[in-house]
Design a protein around this ligand. Structure first.
Ligand SMILES: Nc1ncnc2c1ncn2[C@@H]1O[C@H](COP(=O)(O)OP(=O)(O)O)[C@@H](O)[C@H]1O
Ligand SMILES: [Mg+2]
Length: 313
């Protein structure tokens, strides 16, 4: 193998006579050329917390980059296994990170297009005999060249129902996950325990998943930081008393049913914006300053039901 067959080391001086096959590759240049650093940086910057998730994503990016360099010098190990499972409670960032993953896979050349197709059981499984195969086939076709994200994937498997059509979809997925793994990456997402049960009953699926990534719940401090980031992006700010109210809101909301981590924060902020708008609207007469328009006040937060209700028992 000579230097000419190293497409990745294009920036190197190829006339520089190094022994064939021992030509050092420039890993930094390869990293730069892939533009994957930008995705990793924005992942760091735009997502609060998630340290273990970020480090797993970084590891996978490193694996792909090294695999690419290995292939460039003729070291073959077959395409790396890339199907993944993302487990965690609602609102912990699974869908958001899956979209970033799709971008990384695309930039490193592991998928052609890098788009994400997000589906649930209903998109794959039909109600009647003969309806499942065409539905699943259509979804697979749309996802080819990108990432297929299956939310609450365990609903595909319903052992209590002997003739459940979900099994048909699972079998088609298994086949594509094996035979077209160079053109489609599947990410299964959902609650951790349910996913573990699903994998125990579906060893074929389990054996095709190379990376299991767990998304922890956010701490109150992280939720507050997430709120700060969201407000900044929406160009709002909290008055000092509103900031204190939000801290209390988070404490209370976390203890209540249907708490969904960052999603609950986003919803709370959306409702606070509604209240701010009505408050300003009702203040008829007089003018509204820029500061009024951008400020969420204490009452915009404290008017939430979360402050009125007793904790559910
Ligand atoms: N670590 C985080 N930092 C900032 N925003 C986040 C973070 N995790 C989630 N979000 C936001 O919370 C919302 C829900 O996240 P999502 O990825 O849909 O969660 P999941 O798929 O786990 O239910 C989205 O608006 C997302 O942008
Ligand atoms: Mg999601």
């Amino acid at each position: 193998m000579n230097a000419k067959s190293h497409p990745i080391s294009s920036s190197r001086d190829e006339s520089n006579a190094a022994p064939a096959g021992d030509d050092p590759l420039d890993i930094e240049a390869a990293f730069r050329d892939s533009h994957v650093g930008g995705v990793l940086e924005s992942l760091d910057r735009e997502l609060v917390g998630l340290a273990p998730v970020k480090s797993r994503i970084r590891d996978i990016a490193a694996l792909l980059l090294i695999d690419k360099l290995r292939r460039a010098v003729g070291l073959s190990s077959g395409p790396p296994a890339l199907h993944m499972s993302f487990t965690g409670n609602p609102g912990t960032g699974k869908t958001t990170v899956a979209m970033r993953m799709a971008e990384i896979l695309h930039r490193l050349g592991y998928v052609r297009k890098g788009h994400l197709v997000a589906v649930t059981r209903d998109d794959l499984v039909g109600q009647y005999i003969g309806h499942t195969a065409p539905k699943t086939r259509e979804v697979l076709k749309r996802a080819m060249g990108g990432v297929l994200f299956i939310d609450e994937a365990y609903y595909l498997y319903r052992p209590e129902n002997e003739r459940d059509y979900g099994q048909e979809a699972i079998e088609m997925l298994l086949q594509v996950m094996e035979n077209q793994r160079d053109d489609l990456v599947v990410i299964l997402a959902g609650y951790k325990e349910r996913m573990e049960t699903f994998f125990r009953s579906n060893p074929g699926m389990s054996s095709r998943i190379a990376h299991h990534i767990d998304f922890p719940d956010y701490t109150p401090e992280e939720l507050l930081a997430i709120a700060g980031l969201m407000l900044q992006q929406m160009q709002y700010r909290l008055s000092a008393p509103a900031d204190q109210a939000l801290r209390e809101y988070i404490e209370r909301r976390r203890a209540q049913p249907h708490f969904a981590n960052a999603r609950s924060i986003r919803n709370a902020l959306d409702r606070a914006r509604l209240r701010q708008a009505s408050r300003l609207f009702e203040r008829k007469g007089g003018s509204i300053s820029r500061q009024d328009l951008e400020t969420i006040d204490e009452l915009d937060i404290r008017a939430s039901r979360v402050f009125g209700e007793r904790l559910a028992t």
